[in-house]
Design a protein around this ligand. Structure first.
Ligand SMILES: [Fe+2]
Ligand SMILES: [Fe+2]
Length: 243
């Protein structure tokens, strides 16, 4: 597989054919869409769908209320449980995807030349840490008496949002720089996710969770800094080759 960016016969731009582009501009000015409407009308229609829509899902009632008895139960009030279960469910889903992202990237690096052994080792370590974060989210959900196999609304949304990242990395045509760039987006979300969970754990004053989440955040911060550096290095190397 070729990792570099190349000049080639890309015909997507209008400059590829000045003659055709002139007639295209003329036609675009003369012909209007054969379906009536405007962006305002589209926004109004979307508004109608939004007003009529059901929520994207619900947070399941903890099946094992025994899990809530004791320290956790005393500290949780109001909507605390719903919000925690929803966001922990999201974290669990995202960390599971994180493992798959690293697996997909490692499959790619295994067939590329010139990938440093140090990078491969780091990617392996980060993959194991994503798995540990998945296990952490699962164990806190179990502490709360919640079912870690349930898909919470935020887990559903996170799955849809991250599906594009997975598509980029598993696409056999994307090179290392493009795959790392997609991974960088995942790591930014990872960091924000654990920061939020630390705030939620602080809100219910749960010191043990805060400590565990802070360790996860520390590892995520290292993933982010490292992947950002890899992206920069790959792009600069690509640029030097082109120059
Ligand atoms: Fe993670
Ligand atoms: Fe991460």
């Amino acid at each position: 597989m070729d990792k570099q960016t190349h000049l080639g016969m890309n015909r997507t731009g209008i400059q590829m054919s000045p003659l055709d582009s002139a007639s295209l501009k003329t036609i675009a000015a003369e012909v209007s869409p054969d379906i009536g409407g405007s962006s305002d009308m589209a926004a109004k229609l979307r508004g109608k769908y939004i007003a009529d829509a059901n929520p994207i899902g619900s947070v399941p009632v903890p099946g094992n209320l025994k899990g809530l008895v004791g320290t956790a139960m005393e500290k949780l009030t109001g909507n605390d449980i719903e919000v925690l279960v929803d966001k922990l469910g999201e974290r669990l889903a995202f960390e599971r995807t994180g493992v798959r992202l690293y697996d997909a990237l490692l499959a790619k690096t295994s067939v590329l030349e010139d990938v440093s052994e140090a990078m491969v080792q780091s990617l392996h370590r980060f993959r194991e840490e994503e798995l540990a974060h998945f296990e952490l989210a699962k164990s806190i959900l179990l502490d709360l008496g919640a079912d870690p196999t349930a898909q919470t609304p935020c887990a559903d949304v996170a799955g849809v949002a991250s599906s594009g990242i997975l598509k980029v990395i598993t696409d056999p045509r994307t090179n290392l720089a493009q795959s790392l760039d997609a991974l960088l987006a995942a790591e930014l979300i990872d960091n924000a996710g654990w920061e939020l969970l630390i705030k939620l754990a602080g809100h219910v004053n749960h010191a043990e969770w805060i400590e565990k989440f802070q360790l996860a955040l520390k590892q995520e911060a290292q993933h982010l800094a490292t992947v950002r550096l890899y992206v920069e290095n790959e792009i600069l190397r690509d640029s030097a080759v082109l120059g």
